[in-house]
Ligand binder design. Structure first.
Ligand code: NAD
Ligand code: SER
Length: 316
């Protein structure tokens, strides 16, 4: 069957990169970008785009039938810091958006869905180092609670609704094409821009806050690799742990100093620090490795070098 793929939230940090890869693999006309925000030029001009609010179920139904969509990537969500400022709006978007998609998939016979979860599903009582696939999950942020509930809905609809839903728990993502959307790990993107502009950055997390992180090219590969894996090899229908690298702001600052002489990072933790309290230091992704062959390519030095190569090449 020919793929007709709808990406919801295509103007965001992940969508704006994922959609380019999907269009390269499946053909531009077969990958429809959608968002409430106009995307950048490359996404807008590279194939179909629909202005679509995921909370408008009828509008979503119309787009699904207009393009005869048979696969959906649902990326629209409020991330951790924004969600904490607007808890009810976050719950509505993160939950109702997902339920609108799942219920229309069920009624329209759409077979395949990608929906991302996050390391924010873990909480203060979760094992922090090498956090296992299955463990205590007691998130204490609105964002984490919505992602954990989303995972349960995905598993429910996979088992009972007959939809082939696939998901990963992304770590904090670092990229140079699009700005991050309001999370507690955004510092790891902002620091690069400020290093090049001012040789200085004031970080909103404490210098020793070790978190799982991933470079965007790895995140895009993981997403597409999981979606293209044999259905029989997928043993997890909630969401897979995936791991890239782990570092604290001070580790990143030291790495940046190697590329920007005289760079100075200072630390002034704000309310975003508390969001990370229950998040892991590092992730055990052995189940993803075993099931669908996942393996990250980028470590901290390799990612930092590539970020600067791209940013210096005229992206800022
Ligand atoms: P983002 O904030 O950059 O992009 C989200 C996009 O959704 C935005 O372009 C926004 O305009 C759009 N959107 C918002 N409300 C909408 C609505 N009502 N209808 C349609 N579109 C709407 O987020 P992102 O970083 O690209 O994240 C994508 C997904 O990955 C989210 O589910 C997020 O929770 C998850 N995730 C991201 C990270 C990360 O570090 N970026 C980490 C873990 C999980
Ligand atoms: N990077 C994300 C955030 O900070 C984690 O899901 O919200």
């Amino acid at each position: 069957m020919k793929e007709k793929i709808l990406v919801i939230g295509a103007s965001g940090q992940i969508g704006s990169e994922l959609i380019l890869k999907l269009r390269a693999s499946y053909g531009s006309d077969n990958v429809i970008a959608s968002d409430i925000k106009i995307p950048d030029y490359e996404v807008m001009e590279g194939g179909p785009f629909e202005l679509l609010d995921i909370l408008n179920k009828q509008a979503l139904a119309n787009v699904l039938s207009k393009y005869k969509v048979n696969q959906i990537y649902l990326l629209a969500a409020l991330l951790s810091a924004t969600a904490e400022q607007h808890p009810e709006a976050a719950w509505k978007l993160n939950m109702d958006g997902l339920l609108n998609v799942l219920s229309l998939c069920k009624s329209n016979g759409i077979m395949k869905v990608f929906w991302p979860s996050s390391i924010a599903v873990f909480g203060p009582n979760t094992q922090k180092d090498n956090t296992p696939q299955n463990t205590i999950m007691d998130p204490d942020t609105v964002y984490g609670i919505s992602k954990l509930a989303g995972e349960r809905w995905c598993e429910y609809y996979s088992r009972k609704g007959g939809i082939d839903i696939r998901s990963v728990r992304y770590p904090g993502l670092i990229s140079y094409k699009s700005s991050p959307g309001g999370g507690a790990t955004d510092y790891a993107v902002h620091i690069f821009y400020e290093a090049l502009k001012k040789k200085a950055y004031e970080c909103f997390l404490r210098e020793d806050t070790v978190l799982p992180m991933m470079y965007m090219p790895d995140a895009v590969v993981a997403t597409i690799q999981l979606m293209e894996a044999d259905s029989g090899s997928i043993s997890v229908r909630s969401s897979y742990n995936i791991s890239g690298m782990s570092f604290a702001p001070i580790d990143l600052a030291k790495e940046i100093e190697k590329h920007v002489g005289g760079f100075v990072c200072t630390y002034k933790p704000d309310e975003r620090q508390a969001l990370t309290k229950g998040w892991p230091n590092s992730i055990d992704d052995s189940v993803a490795k075993q099931d669908w062959g996942w393996k990250a390519s980028y470590d901290l030095p390799h990612m930092t070098k590539d970020m600067f190569a791209n940013l210096r090449f005229g992206k800022i």
